[in-house]
Ligand binder design. Structure first.
Ligand SMILES: [Mg+2]
Length: 239
């Protein structure tokens, strides 16, 4: 069984940062403070709970009691109405790859995301990707991305045996690479989110690309017989 763990933001899709409207409004409602996620926190690769904790730091409010949980829940509620406020989209080659893999009984795709389950659901629904991801692992607490990766791996192993060389994390930040390393997975890093190709390569992912490779190349890559060629626009790291 080949298992693919997919990050959402900057990997499957971009929301055009539309989530910030829901976040800022939630912060205002729950803490009474004005906040601008866009300028005040570099969020790429952070989990929603990590962003929430950082937000409380920035606005100078102590997250006592269930305040942090309330802020995250309110963000989830506001997110569906926030997403249409910006033009986002599914990133290059993503839909083609997911459609191809759907016909492969030996390949399973799961979400491995710092989004909460509700946040992930809203984003996938808005961009019509829900059908490709029956399950996944999400941010549930202040734990880092590696703890989410371990839960994703448990989930995959419950369904079928998983060999390390058949385990991939696809993501757009050094946090994705780090969490893949924590579960001995190979990272396919894509510079379609918050980090450049050079920044990603500095963290030594298994492979790194300017964008997700075309479907034939991607399938060859995960099947273990990549097809590098002079016309290949993908910029891969060395083997
Ligand atoms: Mg991401």
């Amino acid at each position: 069984m080949t298992v693919l763990f997919w990050d959402i933001d900057g990997t499957l899709l971009t929301t055009g940062r539309a989530g910030m409207f829901a976040w800022n409004d939630s912060v205002k409602e729950v803490t009474g403070q004005d906040f601008d996620l866009r300028t005040q926190v570099r969020i790429a690769g952070m989990t929603d709970y990590q962003i929430a904790a950082r937000t409380f730091d920035v606005v100078g409010v102590r997250p006592e009691g269930d305040l942090l949980e309330r802020m995250v829940r309110r963000y989830e509620e506001l997110l569906p109405a926030s997403l249409p406020l910006r033009v986002g989209g599914v990133l290059p080659n993503v839909r083609e790859i997911l459609e191809r893999l759907r016909s492969r009984p030996d390949v399973r795709s799961y979400l491995l995301t710092g989004n909460t389950r509700g946040g992930a659901r809203a984003k996938l629904a808005h961009y019509n990707l829900t059908e490709f991801f029956p399950d996944g692992a999400f941010a549930e607490d202040a734990g880092d991305r590696s703890s989410i990766a371990r839960r994703a791996l448990e989930l995959a192993k419950r369904a079928a045996p998983v060999a390390e060389e058949r385990l991939f994390v696809i993501g757009d930040t050094p946090h994705d690479i780090e969490c893949a390393n924590a579960i001995s997975a190979r990272t396919i890093a894509v510079a379609t989110g918050g980090y450049t190709l050079d920044e990603l390569q500095a963290h030594q992912p298994w492979r790194a690309f300017a964008e997700l490779p075309p479907v034939e190349d991607f399938v060859a890559l995960i099947d273990g017989h990549p097809r590098p060629g002079p016309g290949d626009p993908a910029h891969s790291t060395s083997a």
